[in-house]
Design a protein around this ligand. Sequence first.
Ligand code: CU
Length: 147
Amino acid sequence: MLRTLFFLTLTLLGNATVLAADLNIAHGWARETPPGRLMTAAYGTLTNTGDKTIVINGVSSDVAAHSSLHETLIERDRSTMRPVKSLSLAPGEEAELAPGGMHIMLMKLDSPLKEGQSIDICFKLENNNDVCHDFSVTKYKMSAHSH
Ligand SMILES: [Cu+2]
């Protein structure tokens, strides 16, 4: 009985650790807020480096009361945004969050974000622990690869 429990615990912990670490976040940055505004967007490259599908069911950050994944759509020549409920990444798949495309929307910020600051953004993974990562606050850049 004890042995079974021990084995189960190890298996559960093992799965959680492996999967959470399999979400790689690179080039993470958040846009400095324009004067007088308390919302902004964050970008970066998400890669599934593991061998199981990763499902991201949401995002959160200490600095914002409301955060969500958004995609940008062009409707009648106008750019609009809409929330993405969940994002699936197959093994080896990469998702680029960039201006004009998918992004992390940070709303109801506690205070404006300034260049040089660093914020923590967490990804809620299905059946797993949250994965948190540092995003540096910078002024607008054309793409995450421009540096
Ligand atoms: Cu948005």
